[in-house]
Design a binder for this molecule. Structure first.
Ligand code: GAR
Length: 198
C-alpha cells in the first residue's frame, strides 16, 4: 500500500476530503494508497484534530522553531523532509500549506509534490485570490491542482474546476463555494495520479 503525506497549516478541509476519499469503500480500489501522516507547521492548526479523529497519525514541524538558524527556511525544510521521508511517500500533498518551500525541498520531491490553489492558475497566484478576482471583474473563478515547482503557485496543471461569480458575491462567499469544489477536485486528481503510478 502506497503512503501519502499531507502538509497543512490551517483548517485542513482539503486534507479531510482526501482522507475521506481514501477511506471510502468505493474509492479504495482507485486510491490504493493511505494517508499515513498529516504534518502541520503550526501546532494550533485545527486540521490536526480532524486528522486524528479520522485515525491518521499527525506531526508538527513548527517553522517558528527554526527562526534562530543561520538559514531558517532551509533548516525548517530539512526537518520537514526528515519527517516526510520516514513515510517513503508516493505523494506529498500541500493542502492549505502556507509556507514557501526552498528549491532544494521541491527538487527532493520532484514528481511527487502536488498543491491546490484557489484560483484558475496562472491567474492570481499568491494570497487574496478571491478579492483580487472580484476586483478584476472576473465572471468565473475556480481552483487548480498542479505539480509544485520552485516558483510559488506555478507548475504543470493537473486539474481545474470553474466556479461562476454570482451577483453580490463577496470574497468570503466565493471562497466557500470554491472550497467546496476543491474538495471534489483534489481527491479526483490524486486518484488519477495514483492510478498512473500503479
Ligand atoms: C484552500 O482554499 C487552498 O486552496 C488554499 O488554502 C485553503 C486551505 O483550506 N491554498 C492556498 O492558497 C495555497 N496557495 P483548507 O485548510 O480547509 O484545506
Amino acid at each position: 500500500m502506497k503512503n501519502i503525506v499531507i502538509l497543512i497549516s490551517g483548517g485542513g478541509s482539503n486534507m479531510a476530503a482526501i482522507v475521506q476519499a481514501s477511506q471510502r469503500e468505493d474509492w479504495a480500489g482507485r486510491f490504493g494508497a493511505r494517508v499515513s501522516l498529516v504534518i502541520a507547521n503550526k501546532p494550533a492548526a485545527p486540521g490536526l484534530a480532524t486528522a486524528r479523529a479520522a485515525g491518521i497519525a499527525t506531526a508538527v514541524v513548527e517553522h517558528k522553531a527554526f527562526a534562530a538558524a543561520a538559514d531558517p527556511r532551509a533548516a525548517f525544510d530539512a526537518e520537514l523532509a526528515a519527517v516526510i521521508d520516514r513515510e517513503a511517500p508516493a505523494l506529498v500533498l500541500l493542502a492549505g500549506f502556507m509556507r514557501i518551500l526552498t528549491p532544494g525541498f521541491v527538487e527532493r520531491y520532484a514528481g511527487r509534490l502536488i498543491n491546490i490553489h484557489p484560483s484558475l492558475l496562472p491567474a492570481f497566484a499568491g494570497l487574496q485570490t478571491h478579492q483580487r478576482a472580484l476586483d478584476a471583474g472576473c465572471q468565473f473563478v475556480g481552483a487548480t491542482v498542479h505539480r509544485v515547482t520552485p516558483e510559488l503557485d506555478h507548475g504543470p496543471i493537473l486539474g481545474q474546476v470553474v466556479v461562476p461569480v454570482l451577483p453580490g458575491d463577496t470574497a468570503e462567499g466565493l471562497a466557500q463555494r470554491v472550497l467546496s469544489q476543491e474538495h471534489r477536485l483534489y481527491p479526483r486528481v490524486v486518484a488519477g495520479l495514483l492510478a498512473e503510478m500503479a
